[in-house]
Design a protein. Structure first.
Lengths: 528, 306
């Protein structure tokens, strides 16, 4: 066996914006959560479980954002997820009948039937409808480190013109984490990896040790970090920053030659929601009759062609195994190259959106499982580690100020501030200032006024979610994102005026408190 | 022309700010002369650049359909931006390009100003303005600033009282940008139809702040000065955009995060540094990927559900 000369750290960022519509079943956006549970979160949990059962010692880090945790813990959404699965199971049963004449398709429809039936079993029977417990379990046994995120994924480099709003994002992120995981988080995934040094003091105040940054957050730091992204740095205020490794990130998600593009992998865009006979599929698509993804997909990527071949589960697994081997070899070579030149063993940070694994890259969770097994059993020169463990082992690090940066296109704020969405910021800033004004004017209130003030804080936080700005830039589901900004700013402003006039409309407050029920324990005095 | 809003919101805080900041006006006056002298040359440049930028801007909006398309146009934009910066170096540390931003897209929606709630059916629109005197600056990139502003009705009235009813017709609005790190400033002419602006600056990793002001265009016997301060922005630091390579310092500072003890190491004792070739290799690799790679490959795919 080779001597261990370095470390690789996987960090998966699990996040969805808070989408909760008790008033209607017509919001397609609610199904993002259900797809993510079935395609990403449950597969990850099942693979972690398999590794534990096979006694493979592995390490992985995941950020689970406060909106995601609130949704996973929401009774109505849990019920809706079960309905979603019931429908899919019903559809896959019909599919087994419909495809009886085609052995290959029939095998796949049986696979989907089994898979969705198992999801239902795991969700209801194993996790009692709350999969947060599943992740907590793996953290408690020491293979998974869970870190937190900003309260609603608010983008710090734009919010920080009112620092209290950044402080509140951090505070609520930490409080939510403590509620669900029973301890304090050591790390935070800064929303969109958006780093500003002004946030450091608040990160320290709430006990955060480390952050995850984009590569140039480290490489453009001041002074230049002598070990590049291969060692963490510590900011003058004491926040430790880990930077994304360029080479390994690229191998996984490059749109051109990244692993997910393998021809044997499942084709995301060919879904029976779009292809099956309309009358047949109608009960399983959107309520208004619009065709959407169902989750049942029969084709593999095949090549740069529209003539797609059927998906073959075994071939896909073979590709995942081959690619896991390639990743392992590449890290071996990378660490061999680096190790001699460094004082401490090199640290390779591999951060990704969790939903890349499973949702977009269907075989991603299996790939991780195979890779982790290989790292444990194969001849390799590195170990898996969490950022916290690395800090504890190698606490001496260079003092540098990380560079203001994000992981969005071009590395700064263009995704969240451009001509398509810049009109939003003045409203977010004014609402942030007004929230502070309210806390200042009405400190330590009780009763109805306190409820109204807390709801104001929730509306502000929901409006600040970076997702709405991202969606507007991206050009998909724009109407929904714009509506969410208007709704939260609108509700906030209305309540703000009512509180100031001391004319709180109880009915209205009750209505929006049910809809926007994120952070039940929030305390508006955060803005004082 | 300034627009009045149905929304009569006034935030006292901003007013105070405006008054407090007026003290800085004097400082401005001293710098004024040099600014004017340079203005003529700069303005020409700015005009030609504004044209160029406009064509780029068109492309960008036209192609928002796919992610790849957007990124490619961004690349083009960058290329143009680089060119312009290069040509400019010979002149001054002055404004390079400025691009007016159309008055808020949400205008139409603001015809309805109030909230309608019927049977729990809600409908909201963003207010057109908040009727506060404010200037805010944000860094979009290391060399692009975004500035938005407004002047409250009360302040507008005050200016009219002080300088005559035709104050806004006989003056033109400007933004004065201060680079407090490199100690220079420049100004951009804006217009009364805009309420925000993108502005390209030459220097990354610098502190910037912006003043909203007006200069007379016609003879107005009520106005004796040629710079009328309106309001001042927050100060921001634009991000860094390059490897600093300040490794020629003799010592490197380390901290043990467990004990909080800071200590120094001499470069000579660091194996990585002794082998300088390697550090440059890593950065060269990084630069290489960034320059000739497809940008799609470099940045996070943001592989979400949307």
């Amino acid at each position: 066996m080779q001597q261990k000369k370095g470390y690789v750290s996987f960090v998966l960022h699990a996040h969805l914006p808070f989408i909760h519509h008790p008033e209607s079943d017509d919001y397609l956006e609610e199904s993002w959560l259900f797809e993510a549970i079935s395609e990403t979160y449950i597969p990850l949990l099942l693979n972690f479980q398999k590794l534990v059962e096979e006694k493979v010692d592995f390490r992985i880090t995941m950020s689970m954002t406060p909106p995601l945790l609130n949704m996973l813990d929401n009774k109505l959404l849990q019920k809706k997820y079960i309905n979603y699965l019931d429908k899919l199971i019903e559809l896959s049963k019909k599919e087994i009948e419909r495809t009886a004449g085609d052995a290959r398709l029939n095998e796949l429809s049986k696979y989907y039937f089994d898979r969705y039936s198992n999801d239902l079993h795991v969700f209801k029977d194993v996790y009692k409808c709350n999969i947060i417990q599943g992740f907590k379990h793996f953290q408690d046994i020491g293979v998974l480190e869970i870190i937190t995120c900003g309260a609603t994924h608010g983008y710090f480099p734009i919010l920080y013109v009112n620092e209290k709003t950044v402080k509140a994002q951090i505070a609520v992120g930490v409080q939510t984490y403590e509620k669900y995981f029973g301890r304090k988080p050591r790390g935070i995934w800064l929303p969109e990896c958006g780093y500003v040094p002004e946030a450091d003091k608040y990160l320290k105040e709430f006990g955060i040790d480390y952050i995850i940054t984009e590569s140039h957050g480290i490489l453009y730091a001041d002074p230049t970090p002598i070990y590049g992204t291969f060692a963490p740095i510590v900011s003058p205020e004491g926040v430790i920053a880990f930077g994304r490794d360029i080479e390994s990130s690229r191998q996984v998600w490059s749109s051109i030659n990244g692993y997910p593009g393998d021809f044997n992998y499942r084709e995301f865009y060919r879904d029976i929601g779009y292809e099956a006979d309309y009358d047949y599929i109608k009960p399983y698509i959107a309520h208004n009759g619009v065709r959407v993804h169902t989750g049942i997909k029969y084709y593999r990527i095949t090549g740069k062609t529209e003539q797609k071949d059927y998906y073959n589960i075994q071939w896909a697994k073979d590709s995942a195994e081959m690619q896991a081997g390639h990743f392992l070899d590449s890290r071996n070579a990378q660490i061999n190259h680096l190790a001699d030149a460094m004082e401490n063993p090199p640290f390779i940070l591999c951060p990704y959106d969790a939903e890349l694994y499973g949702h977009w890259w269907y075989e991603g969770p299996y790939w991780l499982y195979v890779l982790f097994k290989k790292v444990y059993y194969d001849d390799c020169n590195f170990q898996l580690i969490t950022p916290s463990e690395y800090i504890d082992k190698y606490p001496e690090m260079q003092v540098c100020s990380p560079c203001r940066s994000s992981w969005g296109a071009n590395g700064y704020s263009e995704v969240w501030l451009n001509p398509t969405n810049d009109y939003v910021h003045r409203h977010l800033h004014v609402a942030g200032d007004r929230m502070c004004e309210l806390a200042y004017l009405f400190p330590n209130e009780t009763g109805l006024k306190k409820d109204a003030l807390n709801q104001c804080a929730r509306e502000l936080l929901l409006a600040q979610s970076s997702d709405w700005l991202f969606i507007i830039t991206n050009g998909t589901m724009v109407d929904y994102a714009k509506k969410r900004i208007k709704d939260h700013i609108g509700r906030f402003t209305k309540l703000y005026n009512q509180i100031k006039k001391d004319e709180i409309d109880e009915e209205f407050l009750k209505d929006i408190s049910e809809k926007d029920c994120i952070f039940p324990d929030i305390d508006y005095m955060l803005y004082y | 022309m300034p627009r009045k809003t149905k929304d009569s919101e006034i935030v006292d805080v901003s007013k105070k700010k405006t008054v407090a900041k007026k003290a800085t006006t004097k400082k401005v006056d001293t710098k004024k002369k040099t600014t004017i002298a340079k203005k003529a040359t700069v303005k020409k440049k700015a005009d030609s650049k504004a044209e160029k930028k406009a064509s780029v801007a068109k492309k960008t909006t036209a192609k928002k359909v796919t992610k790849t398309a957007t990124k490619k146009t961004t690349a083009t934009k960058k290329a143009v931006a680089k060119k312009t910066t290069a040509t400019k170096k010979s002149t001054t540390k002055k404004i390079t390009t400025s691009k007016p931003k159309k008055v808020v897209e949400e205008k139409v929606e603001n015809t309805v100003s109030s909230t309608v709630v019927t049977n729990n059916l809600e409908y909201y629109d963003l207010p057109y303005r908040y009727n506060q005197t404010i200037v805010k600056v944000l860094a979009q990139t290391p060399t692009n600033l975004f500035i938005y502003w407004d002047i409250s009705d009360a302040d507008r009235e005050n200016f009219k009282k002080q300088f005559g009813d035709n104050f806004f017709e006989t003056t033109r609005p400007i933004l004065k940008i201060y680079n407090d790190t490199m100690h220079y400033d420049f100004e951009v002419e804006i217009n009364d139809f805009a309420n925000s602006w993108y502005l390209q600056v030459n220097d990354s990793k610098c502190d910037y702040r912006v003043e909203l002001a007006r200069r007379p265009i016609y003879n107005n016997s009520n106005i004796s000065q040629d710079y009328i301060y309106i309001s001042s922005s927050n100060e921001i630091e634009s991000p860094n955009d390059r490897i600093l390579f300040n490794v020629d310092e003799k010592m490197v500072y380390f901290r043990n995060v467990k004990t909080n003890k800071t200590f120094t190491k001499s470069f000579a004792n660091l194996s990585f540094i002794r082998n300088m070739g390697k550090i440059y290799n890593i950065y060269d690799l990084y630069k290489k990927i960034y320059n000739d790679g497809d940008l799609d490959d470099i940045y996070n795919p943001s592989s979400r559900f949307f």
